[in-house]
Structures are given as structure tokens and as C-alpha cells.
Design a protein around this ligand. Structure first.
Ligand code: SF4
Length: 699
């Protein structure tokens, strides 16, 4: 029906899908999100100006789904969910968590915060874990995506974040090296910036096992063997040094440890790189020459680099390469992790939803930091690092973790070897899930708390370029669903605390008082039309924010001596190699129309009509070997499990490599992936698993 204009709500807000952080105006009425239009002033949308992608434009319809949770649910004696009052649901969660802690100890419970919710919500979940429950076990799904990026960049540059900006820098580099990022499908608006610039003459080099969409625009596409990225990165560094193409002045002025890397890369001869990574000496030389000739280079990557049993080393090698070329701390250049979820930078990292990292990446073992938090919270947060997400699941199996409060995460589908994760969720004594739908994880819950989604809330998201931007509501949560921060606050208060936040801006005031990198962030400034969000570090109310971390001339790397660190990386082999029984290498990733475990996008008809079910990409030669035709179903099996999916025959993948998207519950790729982890960060090796394939014939 027609709505009277007077009843419509419109709000300038930030996209709730990916971490490009596009801004637009969202229109809504009562409980419904109606549409998205560009913001009139493009300066207010620094990452995207007028552009949006199909998810940003149409994806919001999920918020109107009739399957949204509208009332709290508890599992009854018959094992079925039944609606209950908020009072009952909250009392039940509080009682069960305290009972478990009283009986078995404070660290037998754990919390997962959300990278999709706002900064303020994520901050409160880690505060709930550390202050109210007193547990050290707090983590979030950033563990599964860019934890290795954060660890690598912290070790080499100081801050675990993108060094530069999207529009002004990624959009204007002279050359790009992109690896392990399906940019056109995962970060569409960012990919558009790159494609425009490549059309205007910039050089694009893509190293990837899969000829992803962005590779179609590349000047050089090099197919790599999954799992051997350190080899070709070290090979590039070796070539640059051998041919005197490194930036000696920058290295001498602003770094230390170069000799150790120079020594390490000696072993990565062109022949060895070819043998390990499948990159020919000519391809290696061509890439090195292009990168060395460019005035400015942007290095972009995503899960293809991070989700590896040596993910941290992959990104250390990437940082070593950028330092070798002196491509950090100047306009048009930098190390640019393309972060996935809308707020994985903020809610998944900056807010301290990580074991052993307080808001603003502060060390809980540091006495000054501990005392500052003790003063604000009344007690010092646990000093020791707690369990990481995959460790939480093993500890449930061991009987050591007995209760969980999971906010907006879906580990039942996102963990590697999901059968193992599902067994853990089955076994756990008590599980409370706060979400907007009955997710695969919520199906194992004892209590489900109905929450709100981004078109329904006030708060902030921090995008992949460290820019903190406002999120504003244009519609209301359905039924009795509540804001996430209100739910966490109500739980804290039931457990004897007196939280009394009236609005997320009060939570931000607390964040900025405790996390120095957010020190100057206030809602007043975020709402001031001239500032267009603030990029951290933003030390105080007069600080303008930081477009570039570091400085090509001065260094200013985030260490006491201001010098960046070269760190030698080796890599080794992936955790599972193909053999006679499981002869193919499986990798996983995204498609344009869907997002993560598909909780949201699988509920949008317009997106499902494009890609409505899972599939496996197989090269023509491998398909002939297996005996499968395009469109037929196959059974794909690993040592962990088996799934049935439709075959797509394409040369996007190389011979012997298969690809399955990660968004579907039927044909869930994580039934096949393995629990093999990067020792530094615990990120699982989603990108390399050995499988076999059995054709099932025509439908
Ligand atoms: Fe949203 Fe990302 Fe698409 Fe922009 S590119 S509209 S942030 S999903």
C-alpha cells in the first residue's frame, strides 16, 4: 500500500553487510525497511560516495522477514522451543550461568561477541564476560577471518589494521598486488574503485589459485597452488633484493631486521618457488618488475591468505614485501586487508572481544592498563588470555567449558569440521543465543533471545579503513525483539551489576575514556557533517583522526623506537596434502549474492534467485577425469564428512582444485574442512582440504 510521506523514517546510516562501510540513506516504516538511496552529499559517504552493491541495495529485506525472532524462546522438557517472557528468559540465562560458575569455576563459561553488531554492543559483551562473569573466555568470529592479519601486522608494523584509506588510496594506486581476495564478489564497491583505476592505467597483479572476478581485469593473473603463499612472496622479495630493486633508503631509515629476511629468502629460488607454489620464474620476475617500477603499490588480501595453517606467516611475508618496496605510509600505497563483516574491525577487534586483548588492543597483563579498567569497572579484568573460538569447542568436548552466551554468531556452520562443532553444541550444559533468526547454532540453544538488526539500531561500525561511522535506525525491531545492548545490560543487572546506559552514545563515552585509539571519538563529532566519520587512532577531541598509519619519511611505526620490523617467514606445507584416497584440493569462499553463513541473504528472495544452492567448481580436465558433466550432482567427501552439491564446470579453478562457497547449510562446505590451525592465532585452514569426488549422474 501507499505510505504517507509523513510516516516514513529516513536515516543516514552505514551498510550492515561488508566492511567497505558504504553509507546511504535508508527508508523505513514501523517494522519494515523499505529501501536505500544515495546520500545527497557524497562527502558524507567517504568510502562509496553514490555507489552501493546488490547486497547493500536489496539485502536489507531480510530485516522484514516473517521468520525474524519476535519473542524469547526457551527449550521445554519435551526439547521444543516455546515462547516465554523476557523476565523468565533473562532470569534463566543469569541463573544457569551463575550455577555453572559456582559449581565448576568462573572460566567454565565463555562468550562470543558479534562482528556484525555495533561497537557499543561488542564492547558490552566483552565487559559482560570480563567484569560480570569474570571469565577470561571471550572471542568472536574475527578469529576465523583476519586474526592472522592482525597478528602479522602487529608484529611488523605495530597496528593490526589497514594502513591507508579506501577511496583516496586504494582508488588511486599505480599498481596492485591482490591475493586471496575475491574482491568483486566480497567487497564490490571497493572492487569498482580498483577496476576504474585499472581502466585509467594502473597495473593489477592477481596471484590466486582461482581466477576470481577481479583477475579478469588483471594485467597479470598468476594461478598459485593453494597453501604455498609464503613461497612466492619470499621469492618476490628475493628477486627484488637480487636485482637491487628494494628501497634501501626507506629500509635503512625506518626498519630493522632486514638482514634476517634477506637471509631467509635466499632459499626461495625461482625453481623452488615454482616447485612449491606453481609460479613460473617468468611470472615471478614480471610481477616483481611491475611492483618495483610503480610509484605507489597497494597490497590487498582476504581469506585466501589468512585462513591457512601458516596464515600469520603469509601476512608477515606480505608485510616484508611492502617494507622491501617502501610502500607504506604514503598516499596511494599501503597494506590493505579487505576485512569481511561490516564491523569486524571494530566489534571483532578494536573493542577487545578477543582473548588477551582489552579494548584498543591493550594488554590485560599490563598493570597500568589493568588498574585503569579496575577503576572504571570496579574490578580488574582477568589478566591471562582466555580460550580462542576453536579451543572453546575442544574444551566443550573435554568437559571443561560448560556454558556459553553467543551473540550474533553462527559457529554451527562457520567452524571447520562442523560435525565436530555440532557435537560440542549438543554436549554443552547450557547455551544462550542472542540473534535475529533461529540460526543453525540457535537450534542447539536452551534459550534464544530475540535481537535487533542494523536498520533498527543506533550505534557505530568501524570499516576496514579504521573509519568509525554512525549507524541509525529507520525501522523498529519486530514484536518484543530488543536492542542487543539492552539485552546484555539486562543480563548484567540480573547478575548483580548496576549498568545504566540509556543510549549507545554513553557506551561510546566509556570506550573513548578507556581505549586511547578511540580517545577523541564522540557522537557529537560523528554527527558533525564536516568530519565524515573518524579514522583511529583519534587520540583526543581535537585530534582529526589518522588517514595513514605511519609515515614513509618519518617511519612512526607503532613501536617505542618507531621502526618497522622485518620478520622472516617460512610457511612450510599445508596441514593436509592430496593423496591417492583424497586426490583433490578443496578451497572455499564467497559469492556476490550471499554473505557468510547465509543467515541473512538466504532469506532474501532476490538474492536466492541468483544463487539459490551450493555448488562445486571443477575444471574441465578434472571433470573429465571424474566423469561428471556440468549441472550434475556429485558427492564430495573428505576425511571429516561428505556433502552432495551440483557441479559447475569452469576454468576459474585449476586442475585438481575444487571450490565450494561457504554460505549454505545444505551442502555445508565446513563438513569437509579440517581442524588444522595456525599456531600463532588459531585461525583454521579452511582453504586447503583434501577431498574425493563421486559423480551421482544426471538429476
Ligand atoms: Fe554494503 Fe559492502 Fe556492498 Fe558497500 S560494498 S553496499 S558496504 S555490502
Amino acid at each position: 500500500g501507499a505510505y504517507r510521506l509523513g510516516k516514513l523514517n529516513r536515516a543516514e546510516t552505514t551498510c550492515g553487510f561488508c566492511a567497505v562501510g558504504c553509507r546511504f540513506e535508508m527508508w523505513g516504516k514501523d517494522g519494515d525497511s523499505l529501501g536505500v538511496v544515495p546520500i545527497e552529499d557524497p562527502d558524507s559517504a567517504p568510502a562509496n560516495n553514490f555507489s552501493t552493491c546488490v547486497k547493500g541495495k536489496f539485502g536489507h529485506e531480510f530485516a522484514n522477514s516473517r521468520k525474524r525472532l519476535t519473542r524469547p524462546l526457551v527449550r521445554n522438557d519435551a526439547g521444543e522451543f516455546e515462547p516465554t517472557s523476557w523476565e523468565n528468559a533473562l532470569d534463566y540465562v543469569a541463573d544457569r550461568l551463575s550455577e555453572i560458575q559456582d559449581e565448576h569455576g568462573v572460566d567454565t563459561v565463555g562468550c562470543l561477541a558479534s562482528s556484525k553488531g555495533t561497537n557499543e554492543e561488542a564492547y558490552l559483551v566483552q565487559k559482560f564476560a570480563r567484569q560480570v562473569l569474570g571469565t577470561k573466555n571471550i572471542d568472536n568470529c574475527a578469529r576465523l577471518c583476519h586474526s592472522s592479519t592482525v597478528a602479522a601486522l602487529q608484529q611488523t608494523l605495530g597496528y593490526g589494521a589497514m594502513t591507508n584509506r579506501i577511496n583516496e588510496d586504494i582508488g588511486h594506486a599505480d599498481a596492485y598486488l591482490i591475493s586471496g581476495s575475491n574482491t568483486t564478489e566480497s567487497h564490490p564497491v571497493l572492487a569498482t574503485r580498483i577496476k576504474q583505476n585499472v581502466r585509467d592505467g594502473a597495473d593489477l597483479i592477481v596471484f590466486d589459485p582461482r581466477k576470481v572476478g577481479i583477475a579478469e581485469h588483471a594485467d597479470q593473473y598468476t594461478r598459485t597452488r593453494p597453501g604455498y603463499d609464503v613461497a612466492w612472496l619470499n621469492g618476490l622479495i628475493r628477486y627484488l633484493i637480487e636485482n637491487d630493486l628494494h628501497d634501501t633508503a626507506f629500509i635503512e631509515r625506518n626498519t630493522k631486521g632486514f638482514e634476517s629476511v634477506k637471509k631467509k629468502v635466499q632459499a626461495f629460488t625461482p625453481e623452488r618457488v615454482e616447485e612449491l607454489a606453481g609460479v613460473s620464474p617468468d611470472e615471478l620476475a614480471a610481477a616483481a618488475e611491475t611492483l618495483a617500477a610503480a610509484d605507489t603499490v597497494v597490497f590487498g588480501w582476504a581469506m585466501g591468505m589468512t585462513q591457512s595453517s601458516h596464515g600469520t606467516e603469509n601476512l608477515i611475508a606480505m608485510a616484508d614485501l611492502a617494507l622491501t618496496l617502501g610502500q607504506v605510509g604514503k598516499e596511494g600505497a599501503g597494506l590493505s586487508p579487505f576485512r569481511g563483516q561490516n564491523n569486524v574491525q571494530g566489534g571483532g577487534g578494536d573493542m577487545g572481544t578477543l582473548p588477551g586483548s582489552l579494548p584498543g588492543y591493550q594488554d590485560p597483563a599490563d598493570d597500568d592498563v589493568g588498574e585503569k579498567f579496575a577503576e572504571a569497572w570496579g574490578e580488574r579484568p582477568p589478566e591471562e588470555p582466555g580460550l580462542k573460538v576453536p579451543e572453546m569447542f575442544s574444551e566443550i568436548h573435554e568437559g571443561n567449558l560448560k556454558g556459553m552466551y553467543i551473540v550474533g554468531e553462527n559457529p554451527a556452520l562457520s567452524e571447520p569440521d562442523v560435525t565436530h562443532a555440532a557435537e560440542a553444541l549438543e554436549q554443552i550444559d547450557f547455551l544462550a543465543v542472542q540473534d535475529i533468526f533461529v540460526t543453525e547454532t540457535a537450534e542447539y540453544a536452551d534459550v534464544i533471545l530475540p535481537a535487533a538488526t542494523s536498520p533498527e539500531k543506533h550505534g557505530t561500525f568501524t570499516n576496514t579503513e579504521r573509519r568509525i561511522q554512525r549507524v541509525r535506525p529507520s525501522s523498529d525491531p519486530p514484536g518484543e525483539a530488543r536492542q542487543d545492548w539492552e539485552i546484555t545490560q539486562a543480563l548484567a543487572n540480573r547478575l548483580g551489576y548496576e549498568w545504566d546506559y540509556d543510549h549507545p552514545k554513553e557506551v561510546m563515552a566509556e570506550i573513548s575514556s578507556l581505549a586511547p585509539i578511540y580517545g577523541g571519538v564522540t557522537y557529537d563529532r560523528l554527527e558533525n557533517g564536516d568530519e565524515h566519520g573518524l579514522q583511529w587512532p583519534c587520540w583526543d577531541e581535537t585530534h582529526p583522526g589518522t588517514p595513514y598509519l605511519y609515515d614513509y619519511e618519518e617511519g612512526n611505526f607503532n613501536f617505542d623506537d618507531g621502526l618497522a620490523r622485518f620478520v622472516p617467514a617460512d610457511g612450510g606445507h599445508p596441514g593436509e596434502l592430496p593423496d591417492e584416497a583424497f586426490p583433490y584440493t578443496l578451497t572455499s569462499g564467497r559469492v556476490l549474492y550471499h554473505w557468510h553463513t547465509g543467515q541473512i541473504t538466504r532469506r532474501v528472495e532476490g538474492l536466492m534467485s541468483h544463487v539459490g544452492e551450493s555448488f562445486v567448481e571443477i575444471s574441465p580436465e578434472t571433470a573429465a577425469q571424474i566423469g561428471v558433466e556440468d549441472g550434475e550432482y556429485v558427492r564430495v567427501e573428505s576425511r571429516r564428512g561428505a556433502i552432495v552439491v551440483k557441479a559447475t564446470i569452469t576454468d576459474r579453478v585449476g586442475n585438481g582444485t575444487l571450490f565450494i562457497p561457504m554460505h549454505f547449510a545444505a551442502g555445508a562446505v565446513n563438513k569437509l574442512t579440517q581442524e588444522n590451525f595456525d599456531p600463532q592465532t588459531g585461525i583454521p585452514e579452511y582453504k586447503v582440504s583434501s577431498v574425493r569426488v563421486e559423480p551421482l549422474g544426471p538429476e
